[in-house]
Design a protein around this ligand. Structure first.
Ligand code: CO
Length: 435
C-alpha cells in the first residue's frame, strides 16, 4: 500500500537540492535507456530515440522522438528547487563569543520558524581546480552539521505573538564552538576529493535532515521536506517513463529557480525549452515551420503543488474552490493568468483525467488574497502553447516539513502516464481531438 508515495520519499531523501533532482532524474532516465546530450555538441537523433539534456546541472529536459516529425510536443514541467538558505561565499564567522556561525541568505520565501531547532545539513554544487581545469561536483554533506536555535520563551515573552524573523539575525545557523572554524571548508573539500586550497566557489544550500513519513489513522498523509515540488517531479517522471508511444513527442522538463521567479539561464523563463525543442526538430531534419506546427499542436502541463484547505484556517480558501488532500489533481485558475489555465486547457486536462479515471478539483485564490505564481505562464513567454496549471493539494507550503495526500501521488502518475501517451489533433480553430 502507498507504494508510490513510499518511493517518492526515497526520491526526496536523495534530493536535497535542484542539482540532486537533476542527478537522480538523469540516473533513472539512463537506467531506462536514455542517452545524455550536451548543449555544446552536435545532436544526431534517431526516430524512436530517448534522450535528455541538462543545463547548469540544475535543470533537465528529457524527450522521446516519434517515428517521424512530431505531431506535437506534449510537455510536462515541474521545479526541482525549494525554498532554503544559501550559504554565502565567506561561509563562517565567529558568533556570541563562543560559536562558529554559518553565514546564509534566503533562497525563495520559506516559513522561517519551521527551520529552527532541527538538525540541518548542506548540499549543492561546488567548483574546484584540478589538473589546470575547473571542475564541478554535486555534493551532499549528508550529516547533521548545523542548527538555527530559537530564543527561549523566558527571554522573549512575545515569541508566540506576531512572530517576526530577521534573516540577518534570527536565521543564521551555528556549526559548533569556536574550534569548529574552518571545518565547513574542510568538509566541502573532502566531498569533492580535493584540497581546501583547490576550492573555487560553491552553490550550497541548507536542508533539513528530518526523514519523510507516511502517517494518519488511515495512513493517508505524507509529510516530508520539499513535497513542493518533488511530488510533481517524481509523478511526472514516473508517468513519462511509463507512457505508451504516440505520434507526439513527450517532453519532461525539470526547471530550477522557480522559487526565485524563474528568470535565470536555466529557469522556466530562459531559452532552455525553446532551444531544446528547436534542436529536436533540426536534428530530425524538420524546418522552422515544422517547429512552429509542433508547438502549436502541443500542450503543456505545468505541475506545481497547490494549497489544500487548512483545518484551522478554512477562511483563507475561497469557499467554492477548496481542494482537499487525496481528492485528486487540482486545476489552478486565475483571472490575471498567473495560472495559465483557460477554458480550453482545463477542458483538455479534465477530459484526459476523466478517461484515465483520475478525479480533479479546482483552486482559485480568495479574490482578496494575491496567492503565488508558478511555471506555466512564465514558460509560455518562451514557448507559447496551450497550458494548464495543476498541482497536488498540500498543507503548509514552504514549511521545511510539508504535508500532502498519499493517493494524490498515484493520481498524478496515472494522469501523467495518460498525458505523455496522448496527442492532440486540431480540426479547424475551434475543435480539438484528444487521441
Ligand atoms: Co512550487
Amino acid at each position: 500500500m502507498n507504494d508510490a508515495s513510499r518511493s517518492l520519499l526515497t526520491f526526496i531523501s536523495d534530493t536535497p537540492t535542484a542539482f540532486h533532482a537533476v542527478r537522480n532524474t538523469a540516473h533513472r532516465l539512463r537506467l531506462a535507456g536514455y542517452t545524455e546530450l550536451s548543449e555544446t555538441e552536435e545532436w544526431s537523433l534517431v526516430p524512436g530515440g530517448r534522450y535528455y539534456v541538462t543545463r547548469n546541472l540544475s535543470s533537465l529536459i528529457a524527450f522521446r522522438t516519434p517515428p517521424s516529425l512530431p505531431a506535437g510536443f506534449m510537455i510536462a514541467a515541474a521545479h526541482g528547487d525549494s525554498p532554503s538558505f544559501r550559504i554565502k561565499e565567506n561561509a563562517e564567522s565567529p558568533a556570541g563569543g563562543f560559536y562558529t556561525r554559518i553565514n546564509t541568505e534566503k533562497y525563495g520565501g520559506m516559513l522561517c520558524s519551521t527551520w529552527m531547532d532541527r538538525p540541518l545539513s548542506a548540499a549543492g554544487r561546488v567548483t574546484f581546480r584540478r589538473d589546470g581545469a575547473i571542475r564541478s561536483a554535486v555534493v551532499d554533506l549528508a550529516r547533521e552539521l548545523f542548527l538555527i536555535p530559537s530564543v527561549a520563551i523566558h527571554m522573549n515573552r512575545h515569541a508566540n505573538e506576531n512572530a517576526s524573523f530577521n534573516p540577518a539575525v534570527d536565521m543564521q545557523p551555528i556549526s559548533g564552538g569556536s574550534d569548529a572554524a574552518g571545518g565547513y571548508k574542510r568538509l566541502l573539500a573532502e566531498a569533492c576529493g580535493c584540497d581546501p586550497e583547490e576550492l573555487l566557489s560553491s552553490d550550497m544550500y541548507l536542508y533539513s535532515r528530518e526523514p519523510g513519513r507516511i502517517w494518519g489513522i488511515g495512513e493517508e498523509f505524507i509529510s516530508s521536506p520539499r513535497l513542493d515540488d518533488l511530488q510533481c517531479v517524481y509523478a511526472a517522471l514516473c508517468g513519462f517513463l511509463a507512457a505508451a508511444p504516440s505520434a507526439a513527442c513527450p517532453v519532461l522538463c525539470l526547471f530550477d529557480n522557480e522559487e526565485t521567479g524563474s528568470a535565470t539561464k536555466q529557469g522556466a523563463a530562459s531559452t532552455f525549452l525553446r532551444d531544446t525543442l528547436t534542436r529536436i526538430i533540426d536534428a530530425l531534419g524538420g524546418s522552422r515551420v515544422d517547429y512552429l506546427r509542433a508547438v502549436a499542436s502541443g500542450f503543456m502541463v505545468s505541475a506545481d503543488n497547490a494549497h489544500a484547505v487548512h483545518p484551522n484556517h478554512p477562511e483563507y480558501a475561497d469557499p467554492p474552490h477548496r481542494p482537499v488532500m487525496n481528492g485528486g489533481i487540482v486545476l489552478k485558475h486565475n483571472a490575471n493568468q498567473r495560472y495559465a489555465t483557460d477554458a480550453l486547457s482545463a477542458a483538455v486536462f479534465t477530459e484526459l483525467c476523466r478517461r484515465a479515471g483520475v478525479p480533479v478539483q479546482h483552486f482559485a485564490n480568495r479574490p482578496d488574497l494575491p496567492g503565488g505564481s508558478t511555471l506555466g505562464n512564465i514558460s509560455d513567454t518562451q514557448v507559447a502553447l496551450n497550458t494548464v496549471d495543476i498541482g497536488l493539494a498540500q498543507l503548509a507550503m514552504h514549511s521545511v516539513y510539508e504535508t500532502a495526500g498519499v493517493r494524490d501521488t498515484d493520481y498524478l502518475i496515472t494522469a501523467m502516464t495518460a498525458f505523455f501517451g496522448s496527442e492532440l489533433r486540431a480540426e479547424g480553430t475551434d475543435c480539438l481531438r484528444l487521441l
